[in-house]
Design a protein around this ligand. Sequence first.
Ligand code: ADP
Ligand code: MG
Length: 140
Amino acid sequence: MAIERTLSIIKPDATRRNLTGAINQRFESAGLRIVAQKRLRLTRERAEAFYEVHKERPFYGDLCAFMTSGPVVVQVFEGEDAVAKNREIMGATNPAEAADGTIRKDFAESIEANSVHGSDSAENAKTEIAFFFSDGEIVG
Ligand code: ADP
Ligand code: MG
């Protein structure tokens, strides 16, 4: 296993309910280090660009509207096997299918408003990290 980095986003449903610290604690307790973090509001254009890979999916428009509905916290995590570890701690996309003890099981409101985003591969993580952060903003 190698030390990896991955991109995480705390989504608007979670920032609205003041869950930033509770969610960060889950990741930190599992050994991931938050090596960059900022709170921002996505514009429609930025949300559409970030989720471009999903643009043919029926939920794309709603997803982009949701992601601009409030502040998000974008983060870079670093750690052993960070991509897979992050996704394990998040749980399945649909909270109804997420395992007990995962963030989405405990906090998600719906399959769309599911509290967190995490990169799905090391390669995509690089692209997604560069979407939000310059090298100088990441302090390992
Ligand atoms: P994940 O975030 O688990 O990697 P996907 O990449 O498949 O999941 O989808 C991106 C995001 O789009 C999900 O986190 C969720 O917010 C939303 N989404 C996925 N599937 C649906 C769906 N069937 N209906 C509404 N929103 C969805
Ligand atoms: Mg995904």
